[in-house]
Design a protein around this ligand. Structure first.
Ligand code: UT7
Length: 355
């Protein structure tokens, strides 16, 4: 079977820079707290009414498509990973297709709901489609417009200060040379901890999971025979319509699962951490990346971090970081690149690529 490679890569971040000091003005937080706990100094927010998850995704995609030496109309399949879609449905894949002006191709579009590891899941799917010969040009996009759905009061500070907006994209094509391209991908999940990092409302859950877990939570449901469940006034008034996170729990799982899934990939192809030329970890928290680096005994030049400038851009973080590393010349032909991510679900994954 032919292997698949990343033939083109691009990223886009909005030009609106929001510093920690800017956030200090709207909530009870400090630059010191944010930098010490997360390493983040600033993040980007998309311009309201002018940018969306799919429009930013399209900007990144155009660059990736051009660098792959193809035209937008040549894309045979679209995979779009995000947790902050423009619409609840339809997904961002079809909106991106329209934004790129390629609806007449009627290429299939698939949306991925795997949060921080969404890009890894999407890349793995693209890899399978290309390896089997089903498609030649698969466009994979990870994009987020978090800023539209965060709680900008002190109540939401543990989540809000972390996230930023942006988009990254790659075009996956058949590799030309033996041993080049995506060597292996590994995907995992454990739904036990679904609510540890989640965006619960609005939703069609009707309190079911909370009841089953014995968790007391009043969502303000009415006694109406039909409907009135998806979103309630109480959810809006009490701030239940924002993401929730048990930060320390997520942190502990992340520092365990990152090295595990990286080692799994390396073992599959008979390599060692020292063989990695560039590790691109999902940019969740600089402290997590540093712990993973220490555990794998990697030097600073073997790990790419940009969370300081962009915050956590969830499904976009791995392709943005990879694109930056490639543009900076830090990833060269023949290099072994390792991608890894962990996040909500919990879901996590890794990929090894011979560039
Ligand atoms: O990408 C998806 C995966 N996500 C992650 O991997 C995130 C993993 N977790 C983390 O990165 C960290 O847990 C956080 C950065 C989110 C939080 O850091 P922490 O050291 O775990 O803080 P904490 O949540 O335990 O909170 C410690 C204190 C609390 O105050 P008290 O109860 O000790 O008085 C919080 O209320 O810090 C307070 N706090 C803040 N203070 C100032 C929480 N957020 C803030 C804030 N500014 N933004």
């Amino acid at each position: 079977m032919k292997s698949a490679k990343i033939a083109g890569i691009g990223y886009y971040v909005p030009d609106w820079v929001v510093t920690n000091q800017d956030l200090e003005k709207v909530m009870d937080t400090t630059d010191d707290w944010i930098v010490e706990r997360t390493g983040i100094h600033e993040r980007r927010y998309g311009h309201k009414h002018e940018e969306t998850t799919s429009s930013m995704g399209a900007k990144a995609a155009r660059i990736a498509i051009e660098r792959a030496g193809i035209e937008p109309k040549d894309v045979d399949f679209i995979i779009f990973a995000t947790l902050s879609p423009d619409y609840y449905f339809p997904g961002c894949g079809v909106l991106l297709q329209r934004e790129l002006g390629i609806t007449s191709s009627e290429a299939g579009a698939l949306d991925i709901r795997n949060q921080c590891s969404g890009f890894l899941y999407a890349l793995s799917i693209a890899d399978q489609f290309v390896k089997t010969g089903m498609y030649r040009n698969v466009l994979v996009v990870g994009a987020e417009m978090h800023s539209m759905g965060l709680d900008f009061t002190t109540r939401g500070r543990n989540v809000t200060v972390i996230f930023g907006d942006g988009a990254g994209a790659v075009v996956v094509q058949p590799a030309d040379k033996e041993g080049q391209g995506i060597l292996t991908t590994h995907l995992h999940s454990d739904g036990t901890y679904a609510e540890k990092l989640a965006f619960i409302n609005p939703g069609a859950h009707g309190g079911y999971h909370f009841q089953k877990m014995g968790l007391e939570e009043d969502f303000g449901y009415s006694d109406a025979q039909y409907g009135e469940m998806f979103i309630t006034q109480h959810m809006v008034d009490s701030g239940q319509i924002f993401p929730i996170m048990e930060g320390q729990f997520v942190f502990k799982m992340a520092v365990q699962k990152f090295p595990e899934v990286i080692m799994e990939a390396l073992q599959k192809v008979g390599l060692q951490p020292s063989d990695i030329n560039m590790l691109i970890p999902h940019q969740a928290n600089l402290r997590i990346s540093q712990m993973v680096q220490r555990l794998l005994r990697l030097r600073d030049d073997q790990v790419w971090n940009n969370i300081q400038r962009y915050g956590n851009t969830t499904a976009a973080s791995v392709p943005i970081a990879l694109a930056e590393a490639v543009e900076a010349g830090a990833v060269k032909e023949g290099d072994l690149v390792c991608l890894a991510a962990f996040g909500s679900g919990f879901t996590w994954g890794s990929a090894l690529i011979r560039w």
